[in-house]
Design a binder for this molecule. Structure first.
Ligand code: PLP
Length: 429
């Protein structure tokens, strides 16, 4: 049986690392900034990208590469890299193929941090974004493209709106315009959805969430499917298809093929210049999380569904959003893309609006108030009173975050204990 034929559970446990005789069973932490060579010529070959090997951990480290290789296997990609955070992964994934004067089409339903990165910081770098409703028609989606569009971006399950991306619709539009689709697969994880199987070209992750799963280490990852034909659209992607003067005139696609060009360029150029590296210690923690990802996702999804069903039937609750609920607007898309489950995050509104939401959250005993999701411990957040508190009632509604919205991340506890905690808190209203 070949490695790539193993099922996802086996890849979670054993992917990326195959120790030789007498070597450590667990992934070794190579806590070294630098690597020794016998001659300058040997090292020169690495700098020229003529040979592969390690020379400085800002660019590459063996522990990080081992864990990236596991995530690459999980997603079914051709190459992958770890980064210091999900934000760094989102930034690199776009900046690797878009520069000043370029344009990107993005779903409007994305993580708030990504929205800010795109609409404020990358705009300052001269990259323009058009945000589209993820539920738009194909016609509306196609109308968002411009001659200088270089990529399309979306989230499998958006944080916190919990919209489900129609990956095939977005991939079709991207490919019709000769550009790749980048999908942030953080909330679904490759256990529940592998966007490459639906036409996505590049996948990003905030590994801080379910992949780490224990609130231990901030991190990010980018995986390339290796399927996008850059040379077929060479005029759009000069950075990949013409010589890189900062790397001795190497043309990435010629030298590394479609399977390796994108990640090699992001490592050799962007990681060299921005240094958003993940530490080997963090990569080790991430790998511990990945070893149980398949087991944990099943429980996160069970707890999410049970809590969503309870909330849906409570007369103290105004509304519930959870993509795996048959009553959800996104149920058909989640049946298609997330048949095994979606995630552990549920959004809902308590009757009585913002004041009731605050009272309810104060009364919770087991579920903690945190600016975090996708952790083993259940936690919740009231955006109108925390992350989005500077917004007016009208601005909150325009942003799709009503004043009563509570985002609840169901952890790995017994779901009846979560429901009991919710019920006692609701009874105080
Ligand atoms: C948290 C998150 C990010 C940002 O990741 P960090 O690791 O916090 O930098 C990006 N996308 C999604 C969907 C997230 O939930």
């Amino acid at each position: 049986m070949k490695k790539q034929d193993f099922r996802i559970e086996t890849k979670c446990v054993q992917g990326g690392y195959t120790p030789g005789n007498g070597e450590p069973r667990q992934v070794p932490i190579i806590q070294s900034t630098t690597f020794k060579y016998a001659t300058s010529e040997d090292m020169g070959k690495l700098f020229d990208l003529e040979a592969s090997g390690y020379f400085y951990s800002r660019l590459q480290n063996p522990t990080c590469d081992t864990v990236a290789a596991k995530i690459c296997e999980l997603e079914g990609g051709s190459a992958a890299m770890l980064l210091s955070s999900g934000q760094a992964a989102s930034f690199f994934s776009v900046f690797n193929i878009a520069s000043c004067g370029d344009h990107v089409v993005s779903s409007a339903s994305i993580y708030g941090g990504t929205f800010n990165l795109f609409s404020v910081t990358m705009k300052r770098m001269g990259i323009e974004f058009t945000f589209v409703d993820p539920d738009c028609t194909e016609k509306e989606l196609n109308a968002a493209f411009k001659p200088n569009t270089k990529a399309v971006f979306g989230e499998t399950i958006a944080n916190p709106a919990l919209t489900v991306l129609d990956i095939e619709k977005f991939a079709k539009a991207a490919h019709a315009h000769g550009v790749p689709l980048i999908v942030d697969n953080t909330f679904a994880t490759p256990v529940n959805c592998r966007p490459f199987e639906h036409g996505a070209d590049i996948v990003t992750h905030s590994t801080t969430k379910y992949m780490d799963g224990h609130g231990s280490a901030v991190g990010g990852c980018i995986v390339d499917s290796g399927k996008f034909d850059w040379m077929a659209h060479a005029e759009k992607f000069p950075g990949l298809c013409t010589p890189d003067a900062s790397y001795h005139g190497i043309t990435y696609v010629e030298k590394f093929g479609n399977a390796g060009a994108y990640i090699t360029k992001a490592t050799a150029q962007l990681m060299r210049d921005f240094g958003s590296t993940q530490s080997p210690q963090s990569a080790y923690y991430l790998n511990l999380g990945l070893e149980s990802l398949h087991v944990r996702m099943e429980r996160h999804c069970l707890n999410g569904l049970k809590v969503a069903q309870y909330l849906e039937n409570s007369d103290k609750i105004g509304w519930v959003t959870y993509p795996s609920l048959p009553s959800s607007k996104y149920y058909p898309l989640s049946q298609k893309y997330l048949p095994g489950g979606s995630c552990g995050v549920v959004s809902f509104g308590v009757k009585g609006g913002r004041a009731a939401a605050e009272k309810f959250m104060k009364a919770l005993r087991l579920i903690a108030i945190e600016t975090h999701v996708a952790d083993a411990r259940s936690c919740c957040l009231h955006p109108a009173n925390a992350t989005h508190r500077q917004m007016s009632e009208e601005e909150l509604i325009a942003a799709g975050i009503p004043g009563d919205l509570i985002r609840l991340s169901c952890g790995l506890e017994n779901y009846q204990d979560l429901i009991d905690d919710i019920e006692q808190a609701l009874n105080t209203l």
